[in-house]
Write a protein of this length. Structure first.
Lengths: 254, 379, 899
């Protein structure tokens, strides 16, 4: 069984947010509900100000704190290393949102970011929160795939409806192999500068492991011990630098 | 029958007022919840996830444990002088816990699913699960104990002791639910359960003081001898002691937050400049000054002033703790500028009002129907 | 095995893969993809009839790039869009806008069919009170109106405005309609509100009026003047692919970006130079100055001094410098005669063969190779354009200019890219020329890792020629009326379009008043500078809108003839300059039209059929849009694409025809053509002039003949007829136009200098104390996403604009004006006031305010309307570059105050 992991090369990332929109459309997310977000930070003073950005999917941690806080085991880790939410078990206590160090989780019953509320414009069937006219065919509540029912928490699932159908033994899940393209996560598939790589972290020969080694991959907030399965690599580029400015610097800015 | 000289007028007034408030707040909250669900809250995935309702839940849970502590003073520590307060405090502990659960239920996406999903998918690593278990046991033990007392059976100190232990575990686990969160430094720490217990003690004692004073119209002459004895003797001293302990913790937590450069504590800096913090400090120090002054602490009205001030201040303090721990944005980039801003919505306030109304209405109802003044030596 | 839980019969599966096999791999091979079928199946499967997911090829419509897209449809519902693999632009990738395209199909605010206005009053707050009508009534209403106008001899009062044109099946129809109908105003494109300055600059210098194609893959240095490479520059998706490549290849491509703010592009570059708006030319000239004085120009391409010495000396003409050098040499020779004599004899021999030795070269002689007028340009303009001089004008430190010039001059291959940043100013053409001149200095033209001129696709001919359907009316001299935008007249002799002036001209009745206007893919009532003038002007014109969305134009429309959205179209998309080699793209409908809309070509054809006179016959002969596409596809039969496309069917299947590689290459100063295996066929100077540098000189002109008024014209005999050669061709001769006098009058450039790239101070408008810059965001580059809630929520990630776009202001400036983060502010110019919320950011120049362009709709649908902030166009003066006619969008000055 593969242990799926992702590498994001910040030297290549252009901060375009195509990963975000590809994800939102593939996974029927609400406006502003960015399972895969791109975060921008500005520091320094003109003319030597710097702007940097970082794409942030779910880290699919090896030691996911969201899984251990979940009172109903609705959030769980699959054998192939992905953290999923079972919407049929989720009680909407939001403890996982509190416990996630990376802010990747979303509760659906909130004030809409953008008015008019798309939930009112495209009303959902039954318990589903909405029904976008472009809704995809996939729906699996037990894995948190598809349209979200009300009162539950959702998150990036590495496009589990795609990757779980990849042939057994797939090591590098990339566009390079025409036979595998349909199984590549939306964000990886569309990334124009090819800043994302996806594959098996358990296979020492995988492309992800090669890049992690060659470009000295790092993980965010190592001190929490969550051990993300999403690695960042960087070079000398301005988009580089995996140190995320924290609240102290943002407070000074305000 | 005891010759009760309770201030039934005041109890009636409080019952009417809190009943009315309960109806209004319920109507308002449910109208909004039915029409727009949790969208009527100002909580937000990109902002504060646990809002005012969790503040209220935490506060009332602390009150419940605190009241249970007061009720267990006799059994646990042999402080017999607290015996006249046992039944009332036990009842109040039940009422506050029910109000807390009601608030929590309204905050959850699927409260009924919880009833089967938690036991069927038992997750031993989740503090929330243990908290739920301990508080459920508390409720059962309290109800059992109260039923016994109501039936005139005052025996069973073991039951009270067990209840006390479970209460401590419950509130400690609630503290731990926050204290385990290493990713939210303003919450993190093994001492947080202890802090919660200290809070519980302060709030519980404040409630015990307030309610007993209200029961007797703030008139110690109206109190039975033994009640008067504890209300002018041990209880205010206990109040002073718990306040003192809490003030010390507040002082050092504030200094700690202001001093440290660690990420996540900048919220303390923002907090101390808020007028709410001023109110909190003034109220607590005021209450403490009243309670350490032997002349003042014996006066009923002063006790009520100190108790109300403490309850308000402790509520502000819980707000600061629960909300403050979430105000440093985690991976929100430029979407969130500076600290997260959060103001509870009208619906959230109404649910909090509902919870407090429930406490006071529940108490008043109990006062009228359940002979809360009963005490072991009344036999 | 079955990704979508679908059972596909073996027969059907074999059919699908068989089709793939027949035309070459589409990337759908293998049993894992059994749930997917190819296009031929897509057409066979009626929507809703089968649970299969089908993929159709289309072309994204959210910017001009022409990204090929795979449209996923299941049960008649389009649910995903991804970039097409094996497509030369998208390569399986997309930009952030691309994925949101399904919203444009399912936009709940779309028109469901043709509409007629019943409220005669027009205005922002006037409900048009549309009532549905039949298409027949709609076509008849338009045709009757146009016929009446023509009967009155006023057909010029009909104007046909278009914006994002796609190709021969839409843009290709405008011109014939205008020609047969008899109006000079069909069509008027939007290019003057786009980027015409750089195009005119290339025409002036390279004889090529278009955008460059760029070989990003092989360049090692990218000097970017104000192109939003990582936001809105075209083709965004491909540019990002190239960014990933450039930033990780060996050696890494070094990028310097000249910008007026800390854009994503500037932030990601190795170096950002923050330039004062409108002063790009000064910076470019100073870079040229350093490169010339330090001998860093490409000598293979440009040429060199005959004596091998560098006579570009700061502040001196070449002649003066050479004379001084000669004097010094003489003095040295006097000191050491033997050595000097040897040197003098040897110098001219170098690399030139024995022939040149015979001719004594004057001191400072420069043997120019593929350029024209370098020394004159130096003497007139560049010699005094020192870094210090430019630093004072641009605000960029002199030492940074020197560093960039050295890097740029010593890294090969290197190239310059630019667009609206330098162009959208009153001095836009000269800015763009100065920047473009740097390409010639490094020899980037047609070189590997350089810039190219793109080539067109070999479309088939239409079955009929519209010229044969012109009647006497259309041909009469009376029809030679000035255009409503007055281009090609005395005020705009060099401009190609002037759309932004139409409202103004109509209101003034100069040259006349319009009667009827048809709009397609353009919305100047919202996007034009000083757009409120349009709201007045369009009140008394009969407006025909063709957008399927309730945009501002349609709010003024008397008739709405909604065209299909792009996922419902069969439409040809001609290529844009990208790779240089020719491409032809095709949209294929993913589903049957959702509503009662029409293909745009059919709208024109159907109106045409109802016109009086022979033009109706032309349109009857065309028949419908599919005939057009089929006729165009015929051209590929003789010239199959590199991907095997050679017919209408195979074109639909692949979505694109293209022919690699690019045909030309300049290698170390020599030009070659592709001979099928390599760039090995040498080109003569005449070849280069005919095929590449179509200037009078056949070279890259530092001293532009065009701007000096020199043109090649047909030679007239004394009797006034055109002279013909023996084989019947026109005799061409060098003629003089008064372009130089025009430039002198408009810009104050002396008559001798009009041909040179130079710095002229920009004319700032609006009267405030701060520059007002209105860039395009990545999520809204062409404004197509205004009504997409998901796009709105991601609009301005750099400063967190997710419910509105923010005004970006430097904290220092904000402090001085008493403005704090998130404050509501008023931005004022001489034209008026708009409101916005402020975001303090160190990415803004202290003298510049930044508010993204094309936000603040007052129509366009429920999410766009009234969202705010105020629209920048309302306070941007309608000033144009007098040469290119390009609207000066970035030239505004405003003041700001707390609201």
């Amino acid at each position: 069984m593969a242990k799926w992991g992702m590498v994001i090369d910040l030297e290549k990332c252009t901060g375009c947010q195509a990963c975000t929109t590809a994800c939102q459309m593939e996974n029927n997310r609400l406006p502003g509900e960015s399972w895969q977000d791109v975060l921008f930070y500005t520091e320094g003073k003109y003319p030597n100000a710097q702007m940097k950005w970082i794409p942030r999917p779910c880290m699919q941690c090896e030691n996911p704190s969201c899984v251990t806080v979940c009172p109903t085991k609705a959030t769980y880790k699959t054998e192939d290393g992905v953290v999923l939410v079972d919407w049929n078990k989720c009680i909407g206590c939001k403890y996982c949102m509190i416990a996630c160090p990376y802010g990747v989780r979303f509760y659906t019953d909130e004030k809409p970011l953008i008015e008019p509320n798309v939930k009112d414009v495209f009303k959902g069937d039954g318990d589903l929160t909405w029904n976008p006219p472009y809704k995809g065919p996939q729906q699996d509540n037990t894995k948190g795939i598809g349209i979200q029912p009300s009162g539950v928490v959702s998150k990036c699932n590495f496009c589990y409806h795609k990757i779980s159908k990849a042939p057994k033994g797939t090591v590098n899940l990339s566009n390079d192999d025409p036979a595998l393209r349909e199984f590549v996560p939306a964000c990886v598939r569309t990334c124009a500068p090819t800043a994302r790589y996806f594959g098996d972290l358990d296979n020492p020969n995988s492309e992800v492991n090669r890049i992690i080694a060659a470009k000295k991959g790092t993980r965010l907030l190592e001190h929490t011990g969550n051990k993300p399965q999403v690695y960042y690599v960087t070079g000398a580029g301005a988009a580089g630098g995996t140190v995320i400015p924290g609240g102290r610097s943002s407070k000074d800015k305000a | 029958m005891t010759t009760q000289t309770q201030a039934l007028g005041l109890v009636n007034t409080i019952m009417m007022a809190s009943g009315a408030a309960l109806l209004v707040s319920l109507a308002f909250a449910f109208t909004n919840l039915i029409s727009s669900g949790h969208a009527s809250f100002n909580t937000d995935s990109a902002g504060v996830t646990w809002g005012l309702l969790i503040v209220t839940y935490v506060f009332l849970s602390m009150a419940s444990t605190g009241l249970a502590m007061v009720a267990a003073m006799a059994a646990m520590f042999g402080a017999r002088q607290y015996a006249p307060l046992i039944k009332r405090c036990t009842w109040l502990s039940i009422v506050t816990l029910v109000a807390a659960f009601a608030t929590l239920a309204l905050e959850m996406g699927h409260p009924f699913r919880m009833l089967w999903a938690v036991p069927l998918n038992f997750q031993p690593a989740s503090a929330m699960v243990w908290m739920g278990i301990f508080y459920s046991i508390c409720l059962v033990l309290l109800a059992f104990k109260f039923t016994k007392m109501h039936g005139g059976n005052w025996s069973g100190e073991g039951l009270t002791k067990a209840g006390f232990v479970v209460e401590v575990l419950a509130l400690g686990t609630l503290g731990s639910a926050f204290g385990l969160m290493a990713m939210r430094p303003a919450w993190f720490g093994a001492e947080v359960p202890l802090l919660f217990l200290a809070c519980g003690a302060v709030i519980g004692v404040a409630f015990a003081v307030l309610i007993n004073q209200l029961t007797y119209g703030m008139d110690d002459k109206a109190m039975p001898e033994k009640v008067r004895s504890v209300m002018t003797g041990s209880l205010p001293k206990l109040f002073a002691a718990t306040l003192g302990i809490y003030l010390v913790s507040l002082l050092f937590r504030t200094v700690n937050g202001l001093w440290t450069n660690a990420e996540g504590f900048e919220v303390v800096g923002a907090m101390v400049t808020s007028p709410w913090f001023m109110i909190e400090v003034i109220a607590l120090v005021g209450a403490f000054v009243i309670m350490i002054n032997p002349a003042m602490r014996a006066v009923g009205t002063m006790q009520v002033v100190a108790a109300v001030a403490t309850i308000v201040a402790m509520f502000i303090g819980r707000y600061e703790f629960v909300i403050g721990g979430q105000l440093v944005p985690l991976f929100k980039g430029a979407w969130v500028q500076g600290l997260i801003s959060y103001t509870p919505s009208a619906t959230e306030w109404m649910i909090t009002l509902m919870a407090f109304s429930l406490v006071f209405a529940g108490w008043a109802l109990g006062e009228k129907m359940l002979n809360l003044a009963a005490a072991p030596d009344d036999k | 095995m079955n990704i979508l839980k679908l059972e596909v019969s073996r027969r059907r599966f074999l059919q699908a893969t068989g089709t793939v096999g027949a035309v070459g791999a589409v990337g759908l091979a293998g049993t894992k993809l059994a749930g997917f079928s190819t296009l031929s199946e897509a057409q066979a499967a009626a929507p809703g009839a089968s649970a299969e997911t089908v993929i159709t090829k289309n072309v994204c419509a959210q910017c001009p790039a022409r990204c090929g897209i795979d449209v996923y449809t299941t049960n008649g519902k389009v649910h995903a869009i991804y970039g097409s693999y094996d497509h030369p632009i998208s390569n399986g990738k997309l930009c952030p806008k691309g994925h949101l395209g399904t919203y444009l199909l399912y936009d709940p605010d779309r028109f469901k069919g043709p509409m007629k206005r019943t409220n005669p009053k027009k205005g922002r707050n006037e409900d048009p009170k549309f009532v549905p009508i039949s298409w027949d009534e709609a076509f008849k209403t338009v045709a009757d109106r146009l016929n009446v106008l023509r009967d009155k001899g006023e057909s010029h009062r009909f104007a046909f405005l278009f914006g994002r044109g796609w190709g021969p099946t839409d843009v290709g129809l405008y011109g014939p309609f205008g020609a047969m109908y008899g109006t000079p105003n069909a069509p008027i494109g939007h290019s003057s509100m786009c980027a015409d300055a750089s195009k005119l600059a290339r025409e002036a210098q390279e004889g090529f009026y278009d955008y460059h194609s760029y070989d990003y893959k092989n360049t090692n240095y990218l000097l970017n003047f104000g192109a939003s490479y990582l936001e809105a520059f075209r083709p965004y998706n491909y540019l990002m692919q190239m960014w990933g490549h450039m930033r990780t290849k060996s050696p890494q491509t070094r990028v310097t970006t000249v910008e007026v703010r800390l854009s994503t592009t500037a932030a990601a570059s190795d170096r950002a130079l923050f330039v004062k708006p409108g002063t790009d030319a000064a910076l470019a000239l100073a870079i040229a100055h350093v490169m010339l004085t330090e001998g860093l120009w490409n000598k293979n391409f440009v040429g060199d001094f005959a004596d091998g010495a560098n006579h570009f000396k700061v502040g001196m003409t070449v002649a003066a410098a050479a004379a001084e050098a000669a004097k010094a040499a003489k003095a040295a020779a006097a000191a050491a005669p033997a050595v000097a004599a040897t040197a003098a004899a040897a110098a001219p021999v170098k690399g030139k063969g024995a022939k040149t030795v015979v001719l004594p070269t004057p001191p400072g002689a420069f043997n120019e190779k593929w350029t024209l007028g370098l020394v004159e340009w130096w003497d007139t303009v560049v010699k005094s354009a020192t870094p210090k001089w430019a630093a004072d004008i641009t605000g960029v430190a002199a030492k940074d200019i020197v560093t960039v010039a050295r890097e740029f001059g010593t890294t090969r291959p290197a190239m310059v890219i630019q667009e609206r940043g330098p162009g959208s100013h009153s001095n836009g053409t000269y800015n763009c020329m100065a920047v473009n001149a740097l390409n010639a200095l490094v020899g980037a033209n047609f070189a590997e890792g350089g810039v190219m001129h793109h080539s067109g696709a070999p479309y088939g001919k239409l079955p009929v020629d519209y010229n044969e359907f012109k009647d006497d009316y259309a041909k009469s001299d009376d029809r030679k009326k000035p255009r409503i935008d007055l281009v090609k007249g005395p005020d705009l002799p060099l401009a190609k379009n002037g759309m932004q002036d139409i409202a103004k001209n109509h209101l003034a009745g100069k040259p006349y008043k319009l009667d009827t206007m048809l709009f397609n893919m353009t919305n100047p009532i919202f996007t034009a500078p000083d757009c409120k003038v349009w709201e007045e002007a369009l009140k008394d014109i009969f407006i025909i809108g063709t957008s399927p969305y309730p945009d501002e134009t349609n709010m003024y429309a008397d008739l709405v003839l909604p065209e299909h959205t792009y996922l419902e179209r069969l439409q040809v998309c001609a290529d844009q300059p990208i790779h240089g080699y020719p491409q032809a793209h095709l949209r294929t409908p993913a589903i049957k039209p959702l509503y009662d809309t029409r293909d745009f070509a059919d709208i024109i054809i159907e109106i045409g059929k109802r016109m009086k006179g022979p033009m109706a016959e032309y349109y009857k002969a065309l028949g419908n849009h599919e005939n057009l596409v089929r006729a165009l596809a015929k051209g590929f039969e003789a010239k199959p694409g590199s991907n095997g496309v050679n017919s209408f069917e195979s074109w639909k299947q692949k979505g694109v025809w293209f022919k690699t590689p690019y045909a030309f290459r300049q290698i170390r100063g020599e030009f070659f053509e592709w001979d099928g295996k390599a760039y090995a066929k040498p080109m003569t100077e005449a070849d280069v002039k005919y095929k590449l540098f179509k200037t009078i000189s056949g070279k890259f002109e530092f001293n532009s003949n065009l701007l000096r008024g020199n043109v090649m014209g047909k030679k007239k005999a004394p009797d006034g007829s055109y002279m013909k050669t023996a084989d019947g061709k026109d005799v061409m001769e060098l003629q003089k136009k008064d372009t130089d006098a025009f430039i002198n009058k408009k810009l104050g450039v002396t008559l001798e200098q009009t041909g040179f790239p130079q710095y002229i101070p920009a004319k700032y408008t609006g009267g405030g104390d701060l520059h007002f810059i209105t860039p395009k965001t990545a999520m809204n580059a062409e404004g197509r996403s205004a009504n997409i809630p998901h796009a709105i929520a991601l609009q301005q990630p750099s400063v967190g604009g997710r419910t509105t776009v923010y005004l970006e202001i430097n904290p220092q400036t904000a402090k001085a004006k008493g403005i704090r983060n998130n404050d509501k502010v008023r931005i004022k110019s001489a034209l008026g006031t708009i409101e916005a919320y402020a975001r303090l950011t160190e990415g803004a120049r202290p003298d510049t305010l930044v508010l993204p362009f094309a936000h603040g709709h007052w129509a366009q649908g429920r999410w766009a309307k009234g969202r705010g902030p105020g629209h920048s166009g309302e306070i941007t003066a309608n000033q144009s570059d007098p040469l290119s006619g390009l609207a000066s969008y970035y030239t505004g000055m405003v003041s700001i105050e707390k609201a």
